[in-house]
Design a protein around this ligand. Sequence first.
Ligand SMILES: *Cc1c(COP(=O)(O)O)cnc(C)c1O
Length: 360
Amino acid sequence: MSEKRIYNFAAGPSTLPLEVLEQAKEELINYGGSGMSVMEMSHRSKLFLSIFEQTKSDLRRILNVPETHEILFLQGGATLQFAMTAMNLITATGKADYVLTGSFATKAYDEAKKYGDVAVAASSKDRNHSYIPAQSELNVRDDISYLYYTANNTIYGTEWKYVPQVNAPLVCDMSSDILTQPIDFEKYSVVFAGAQKNMSPAGLTVVFINKDYAGHALPYTPVMLDYAAMIKGDSMHNTPPCWCIYMLGLVLKWMDAQGGLSVIEQRKKEKAKILYDVIDASSLYKGCAEKDSRSDMNVTFVTGDPEMDKRFIAGAKEIGIENVNGHRSVGGMRASIYNAMSFEGVRALAEYMKDFEKKA
Ligand SMILES: *Cc1c(COP(=O)(O)O)cnc(C)c1O
């Protein structure tokens, strides 16, 4: 069974560690001798609450989340956070600034515009989102409630290499690079991440919120979109995504077994370097992102010939290297190399890239 698994470079939902899937399979129909699956348990049961608490405390420990910040397990994906962050946080001054580094940042900006005076601090659209603006290029107003940015741009393959310095709290979408490096939470009022890139199956959104910033939602905010209500109910104002929380717990245990966040961070750099070295040494492949903005999570490249890109993708599939096609809005190739992607998978792709170039 396991030898039939592909190298899955999908951007999300994406590959999960085999050990995690095997443990989930082991426990699928009878969790811990309870005679039932985690999927069948009351979310208020002692047994589920122990899974819930353990997952939350493991996450707090691994990311060193300070007590000022609450961890929430919500639904609606990262996309719902585009509205939720604005509806809860913009009331401080009525204003917020956004850095538009790609599709998801732009969607967040479009959503926030409904709720206040929202402006663009910088945009990378002029060069097709191939770079991250420098600190000196950020045009941030004095009296904003927050500055919003997207840490890793999953579609374009760019990643912030610095934390913006501004006189306001930061709000950050970390969907595609959460759990790959330490986070200085003091700077953030909210960090959020859809789980399906690097944490768990789709259906869970993890939010880290500084509690001082909850309780100020716009008056017409639905209760499910009010951080204060979510904090009050400890993510159980209604039924939480129980199965995904359990799976996140297994992923966190797997991270511990790998040696923790620092080992994961080191590995992500090494894995990305393997692929970027091939691109840099090649006369066929061109990276889509500018060098100093390249993402360690989503490696985007093209041959310059869409027909050849198609042959590259089809040939990869024949040898078990799948989902290396670029996002439908960009084309070309994209290899997403989240935590669960092995060195073996990355090396297989690197070898294939070299072979393909030789034959091209
Ligand atoms: C995938 C992704 C999203 C969208 O996530 P959903 O959970 O599908 O709403 C938003 N932002 C980033 C950075 C992403 O990678």
